[in-house]
Write a protein that binds this ligand. Structure first.
Ligand code: F6R
Length: 603
């Protein structure tokens, strides 16, 4: 995800900006840039790919004396990861960097273009600098023009802007995206979209609040909110960089669980119209001649594939099969050219999945990859790609990557339905409304987290866990079991609820822990009977549902929803938190479980 840095002072501006950007690398990005204003002279550099490319471009550049600099790492949302689309964006005599999304950029852009402004990039960000300059051209002072510009923006933003009209100054604004201003004893000013960029450079910081804007100059910080001046409230900076990257969370996994609401909003951006799913990245002919979908993946991504297969058949009305990549490779599969082969992978590098993708291509199938990492091997190999936009995932146990895969696959099942005319307008509207609910549904409720934390102490032993569910909740049960076993090292299995009586119920006793997924909106009574069968044999039951279940030993309540998809996503969060809290109580390293690697590039 994007990162922002800024510096105003007399030291090595280039070095300070590049250092700050390096500290934000962990967030993931695909291009980067800096702009420096010294007196009335601008220097700017942009590069696609890693920061070493930007470093190479800036090798011959240095500053001497006072300068204002801004820098950015961009993770593409509007427009491809190209140099032109990289920040900072230039107007006539100003540069801007921005994190977030300007929702009304098209409207603003149309008005500016009609007024004769020429745009270079495909980004939403560029409107900010042109709007600012057009307001200055109409006679406003820089601060007035900046204030007016910000008041016209809708969406989420953290912005830094520098302009020749007011050198030795950096303008800033924050709404919905993080931004921090720091100062040190030498009166240098620093900006960062996260603590990590500022640690070691300054000791006092202001965590800007939504709606705040202003500027820093040689003489200090001017801060305001709704036109009224605000006295900056300084706080001390944390000292550890790693702790800063975790933003106060105990583990990256926890941070990533909490981030899901934000990243799912990113996943949805630009892809939902009122009555249609929009995948600009797909060629409309992708589904021509396609009668079947074959989903293929490993691990958690396989669970996303399996869960979505219910949606492809139910909503997309298309025959769908699901394969574990390591199995598909050697089973001498019959691959038919009317099948769309869909590989799903967080990293885009998993060896088995990559090989099946190559196999499918070699057999003449059209291929699509659903992936979190642009330019990964799979994205380069496939005919088409949809990026999940989860941002970099550091915890080995996948959480937000799974959530974003599920949302992309759900949207893609609807895309298939709309392309094949298999869904009516009203049904599509309902599905889109449900999709829009999901970012709020996965927001972690503090009370729920605390309840799970307390309850976790009862689940640290036993001779095994069964996670059970029916329909799309069966793959979710598989995922819950995988999460638990990989970080707690306790034995856990996911099972379809209705299958328990065909064998596993023989294990039932008080030391067998059953985590029962009991959605109100999907096969509730059937699941309930299955859980009752286990309860009757004295298995210890922890039910997850919106409805208390009297035969359960423990109960984790979720909110009442009118459809099973929000129930799915809320239960997903419960399972992630439960496995994490159990693992923490057991004293395990949640982020780096034993024997596991984040990217499995061997067969
Ligand atoms: C489990 C987990 C793994 C991965 C699997 C595939 O939490 O993360 O099971 O899902 O190794 O990785 P990707 O999705 O990168 O292909």
């Amino acid at each position: 995800m994007c990162g922002i840095v800024g510096y105003l002072g007399k030291h090595d501006t280039k070095g300070i900006l590049l250092d700050g950007l390096k500290e934000l690398e962990y967030r993931g990005y695909d291009s980067a840039g800096i702009a420096v204003l010294q007196g009335d002279e601008f220097s700017y550099f942009k590069a696609v790919g890693k920061l070493v490319n930007l470093e190479a471009k800036t090798a011959g550049f240095s500053t001497s004396g006072f300068a204002a600099g801004i820098g950015h790492t961009r993770w593409a949302t509007h427009g491809k990861p190209t140099e032109i689309n990289a920040h900072p964006h230039l107007g006539e005599s100003s540069y801007v960097v921005h994190n977030g999304i300007i929702e009304n950029y098209q409207e603003l852009k149309n008005a500016l273009v009609a007024g004769g402004v020429h745009f270079l990039s495909q980004t939403d960000t560029e409107v900010i600098v042109h709007l600012f300059e057009s307001l200055m051209n109409s006679g406003m002072e820089p601060m007035q023009a900046f204030r007016e510009t910000v008041s016209r923006l809708k969406g989420a933003y953290a912005i830094l802007l520098i302009t020749k009209q007011m050198p030795d100054t950096i303008f800033f604004a924050k709404h919905g995206s993080p931004m921090i201003v720091g100062v040190n004893e030498s009166d240098e000013k620093f900006f960062g979209s996260s603590d990590a960029a500022l640690i070691g450079k300054c000791n006092r910081v202001v965590y800007l609040e939504d709606g705040q804007l202003g500027f820093v100059s040689r003489t200090g910080i001017h801060l305001e909110n709704s036109n009224a001046c605000v006295v900056p409230r300084f706080a001390a900076l944390p000292e550890s960089k790693l702790a800063a990257q975790k933003e106060g969370f105990r583990f990256f996994m926890e941070k990533e669980i909490y981030e899901q609401s934000e990243v799912l909003s990113d996943t949805l951006i630009g892809r939902l119209a009122d009555e249609a799913i929009v995948f600009d990245e797909l060629d409309p002919s992708l589904l021509d001649g396609i009668n079947e979908i074959k989903l293929c993946a490993c691990g958690t991504s396989y669970h996303a594939a399996l869960a979505s297969s219910y949606l492809f058949e139910r909503l997309g009305k298309i025959r769908t099969s699901v394969e574990i990549a390591s199995e598909l490779r050697y089973k001498e599969p019959l691959l038919c050219s009317d099948t769309l082969f869909v590989a799903i992978s967080q990293s885009g590098e998993t060896a088995d999945t990559l090989e099946t993708l190559k196999m499918a291509r070699a057999a003449g199938l059209k291929t699509l990859v659903i992936c979190n990492v642009d330019n990964s091997s799979m994205v380069r190999e496939a005919d088409a790609a949809i990026l999940t936009r989860a941002g970099i995932e550091k915890g080995v146990a996948s959480t937000k990557a799974f959530a974003t895969q599920m949302v992309v696959l759900w949207m893609f099942s609807l895309y298939v339905a709309q392309t094949k005319g298999a869904i009516g307008t009203q049904a599509m509207r309902e599905q889109i409304a449900l999709l829009r609910e999901i970012p709020a549904v996965v927001k972690v409720d503090d009370g729920l987290h605390e309840r799970i934390r307390r309850l976790s102490k009862r689940y640290l032993h036993g001779h095994g866990f069964f996670f059970i569910g029916r329909d799309i909740f069966f793959p979710l049960a598989l995922e819950g079991a995988l999460k638990l076993k990989e970080i707690s090292y306790l034995h856990a299995e996911g099972y379809p609820s209705g299958e328990m009586k065909h064998g596993p119920i023989a294990l039932a006793d008080p030391e067998l822990f059953t985590i029962a997924l009991m959605p109100k909106n999907l096969l509730y009574d059937k699941t309930k009977s299955n859980v009752e069968e286990l309860s009757a044999r004295d298995a210890t039951i922890c039910a997850i549902s919106d409805t208390p279940f009297e035969k359960a030993d423990d109960f984790i309540p979720i909110a009442a929803h009118a459809h099973y998809m929000p129930e799915f996503f809320e239960m997903m969060v419960v399972l992630q938190l439960l496995s994490m809290e159990i693992a923490i109580r057991l004293g395990n390293d949640v982020d780096m479980p034993r024997n596991l690697a984040k990217s499995v590039t061997v067969e």
